[in-house]
Ligand binder design. Structure first.
Ligand SMILES: C[S@@+](CC[C@H](N)C(=O)[O-])C[C@H]1O[C@@H](n2cnc3c(N)ncnc32)[C@H](O)[C@@H]1O
Length: 313
């Protein structure tokens, strides 16, 4: 059977399968099909089928090719997993047995210079996961005000020198628009004071911020958890893999609330009491699962991964 290429290693694969238990059969949603690595393993483990979603039409095309051997056990849908409930309704599904999302971008997107995600290659400042969307990183860099840029870079890049970076962007674009990854990376590096060798490239944080802004990656993650719970059959499993604290935090809080656990972010009533809804989930583990040393050593992308999972009551 044609399958995913050997060098593509899905993150936390064994742990994700242990959480989802596809051997129980039934239909699963992979909300971020990417190269299809997790889905192929879910199907091999015994799931009846997978509804495969991605907002990147290119990822869907390539996954469809790689997973062709599974025939109608995979249904491909172009869209955003945050619209999962609506998409399933439109397809005529009311319940599924498991939902997986593996956030962020795939190595395939990162390594493609034409997508503009990485400053390691020179390319257009694009960064759209969905090339049919309109806003690009170049639009942001060349049109947002200095204050808007500084706020985005501070908030989503957690860059302490965000104001300096924003000022430098605005000063540079007065002469000519900033349109390439190398141009932006060079001016960010110049704007940030550094002493001695750096653990990560100083441009990393600004690039992360822009990617999050272009794709609105942090919007609606809590609502997604609640929608996923709505469509899970009793005993169904939800698994979420995150790569940085900005995306892990909303997932953690939403899962805790759905599990009926005390949560400092929970809404409060008129008297200031925390509202704890009736539990709909049981957390499969209190702490997130992180890669083993062996996985972190063999797959650098896995190093910051965290898996959270829960069962529908
Ligand atoms: C880390 S990769 C997934 C890798 C996949 N699990 C595998 O084994 O090959 C993330 C994928 O999710 C997609 N993606 C990210 N955010 C999305 C969203 N909100 N809705 C749908 N797809 C999304 C990206 O386009 C990318 O293809």
């Amino acid at each position: 059977m044609r399958d995913v290429e050997p060098q593509h290693t899905p993150v936390l694969l064994a742990e994700t399968l242990a959480a989802l238990e596809p051997a129980r059969g039934g239909w699963f949603v992979d909300g971020t099909i990417g190269l299809g690595g997790h889905t192929a393993a879910i199907l091999r483990a015994g799931a009846r089928g997978v509804i495969a979603i991605d907002r990147d039409p290119g990822a869907l095309r390539s996954a469809a090719e790689r997973l062709a051997g599974y025939g109608d056990r995979v249904r491909f849908v172009h869209g955003d997993f945050r619209s999962l409930k609506r998409m399933l309704m439109e397809m005529g599904w009311s319940q599924v047995n498991g939902v997986l999302v593996d956030l962020g971008i795939s190595s395939w997107q990162l390594d493609d210079p034409t997508r503009g995600f990485s400053f390691r290659h020179d390319g257009p400042l694009d960064m759209r996961m969905d090339a049919t969307a309109s806003l690009t990183a170049a639009d942001i860099v060349n049109t947002w005000t200095e204050a808007e840029l500084a706020e985005a870079i501070q908030q989503w890049g957690e860059e302490r020198y965000a104001r300096r970076v924003a000022r430098s962007i605005v000063n540079t674009r007065r002469t000519a628009p900033i349109t390439t990854t190398h141009h932006l990376a060079a001016l960010v590096r110049q704007a940030i004071p550094t002493r001695g060798p750096q653990r990560i490239d100083p441009a990393t944080r600004t690039f992360q911020a822009l990617r999050i802004a272009v794709n609105r990656e942090l919007d609606g993650l809590e609502a997604f958890v609640s929608d996923a719970v709505d469509v899970l059959a009793p005993g169904g499993r939800l698994a979420v893999i995150t790569f940085h604290s900005l995306e892990d935090r909303p997932i953690k809080h939403a899962l805790r609330r759905e599990a009926g656990l005390p949560d400092e972010d929970a809404p409060v009533d008129f008297w200031g009491r925390r509202l704890t809804p009736t539990p709909r989930l049981r957390l499969l583990h209190r702490r997130p699962i992180v890669p083993t040393e062996a996985e972190a050593a063999s797959n650098p992308r896995a190093r910051s991964a965290k898996l959270r999972s829960a069962e529908r009551l």
